[in-house]
Design a protein around this ligand. Structure first.
Ligand SMILES: [Zn+2]
Length: 419
């Protein structure tokens, strides 16, 4: 079900065509190179974690009566969540929904093993007939941690010593049964720790990434960020750009342009370039037999992304024209890193100038793309006319702060371009 809905969403994003970027990358937030796409699996998991949160915080409500009763057999939900349990090995019968909710919690909450705080109950390494154990009367008598079964020298108490230590009577049969359940390796590990570092154990807090599950800040956005972080992967294209041109990272590379009013086609061209799936001839020829990989402008070299948008003689001429506009503003020439990954290696020290160059490069790349589609070559004069037309259309937009901001920057560019 989840996979089917996810397929529909991603088919929509890629317009039923090949997916050139991994889904794990697309779900990342914009500043990390993704598109902030919501995958259905994450939404589903957010609901489950939210349910757990409400069941913990509002457990007096009537609709949590049955879950409370079920989880009580494992010491209550609050205790169970702190245990290192395995859903399939819990000694209670759970509905599918409760199983899924607990599994999602395991996905979110990292159970850091600590010998002092190793809980006996609901522990995946303490098994009886391949199931976790939870003995309510022993739990109520205060027996919680494995360290409670060991004396000062780290050895297991004998039965009488244990009864003395606990201060109350328990059955000897059950005591030996319990000791048998604990894995010898686990006992050995805890024994060493108890001898050299005798600290009293405490229950781990239900905290994920710095916020407690009961916290107000533990909301849907927060849960989504953590879940996405777990399953997402960094953009592959970035590694290649880094190898080739040693630029620093994705930050601001994509999120910056969302601050302005920019046509979607311009954004799309930029996105395809930075993610290295722009359909240049060299790229297409790998999939289509007989297709010429030669450059659309010079027809001499293979049309790779870098060649088309920077190193081709025609493009170089275009960028040098643009560079002169930029140069007149603040003495800076456009470099290959500027073009490919949008102005990463330059810091003019003037915020407005940085923004102007970014816009100029964004529109410049789109101009090259357009020239290629129209079988012409990039031209500085035509570029300035295009920008002027776009500026005119922007000025007709009323009461829009983004549009006003963009048109102000474009005006500065046009003052230089047109004269
Ligand atoms: Zn060329």
């Amino acid at each position: 079900m989840c996979a089917a809905v996810e397929k529909i969403v991603f088919k929509f994003i890629w317009r039923n065509k090949t997916e050139y970027i991994k889904r794990k990358t697309i779900i990342r937030c914009v500043s990390e190179g993704g598109l902030n796409a919501l995958d259905f699996d994450t939404i589903n998991n957010i609901f489950k974690v939210n349910w757990i949160k409400h069941c913990l915080c509002e457990n007096n409500l009537p609709w949590f009566f049955i879950p409370n009763l079920v989880f009580k057999e494992c010491g209550g939900l609050n205790f169970l969540l702190a245990c290192d349990f395995k859903c399939t090995k819990l000694p209670i019968k759970l509905s599918n929904f409760h199983k899924q909710a607990l599994n999602t919690w395991k996905l979110l909450y990292k159970h850091n093993f600590s010998p002092h705080s190793c809980i006996i109950w609901n522990n995946q390494y303490v098994l009886f007939k391949n199931k976790n154990i939870f003995w309510n009367d022993w739990f109520n008598k205060g027996l919680i941690f494995v360290t409670d079964l060991l004396n000062q020298s780290g050895d297991l108490y004998n039965y009488n010593e244990f009864v003395n230590y606990l201060g109350t009577n328990v059955s000897s049969k059950e005591y030996f049964k319990l000791i048998h359940c604990i894995s010898p390796k686990l006992l050995y590990l805890i024994k060493n720790e108890k001898v050299y570092n005798p600290v009293i154990g405490s229950l781990p807090s239900l905290t994920v990434g710095g916020h407690s599950i009961r916290d107000k800040k533990f909301n849907n956005i927060y849960i989504r960020r953590i879940l996405t972080k777990e399953k997402s992967s960094s953009p592959k294209a970035m590694v290649k750009w880094k190898q080739d041109y040693h630029f620093l990272g994705f930050k601001n590379l994509w999120s910056d342009i969302n601050k302005y009013v920019i046509p979607n086609k311009v954004k799309e061209t930029h996105f395809k370039i930075i993610n290295r799936y722009y359909p240049c001839n060299d790229f297409i020829s790998k999939f289509k037999e007989g297709f010429s990989p030669l450059c659309s402008f010079c027809k001499e070299e293979n049309e790779t992304i870098v060649h088309l948008f920077f190193s081709c003689n025609y493009t170089k001429l275009f960028w040098s024209q643009v560079s002169w506009f930029v140069f007149e503003l603040f003495y800076k020439f456009v470099t290959i890193t500027d073009v490919m990954v949008l102005f990463m290696d330059c810091d003019t020290g003037l915020l407005e100038m940085d923004k102007i160059i970014k816009l100029l490069i964004l529109f410049g790349k789109y101009h090259i793309h357009k020239a290629r589609c129209m079988s012409t070559v990039p031209n500085g004069r035509l570029f300035s006319i295009d920008l002027k037309n776009f500026y005119d259309s922007l000025t007709s937009i009323q009461n829009n702060r983004k549009a006003l901001k963009t048109s102000k920057l474009l005006k500065r560019i046009l003052n230089v371009l047109v004269t």
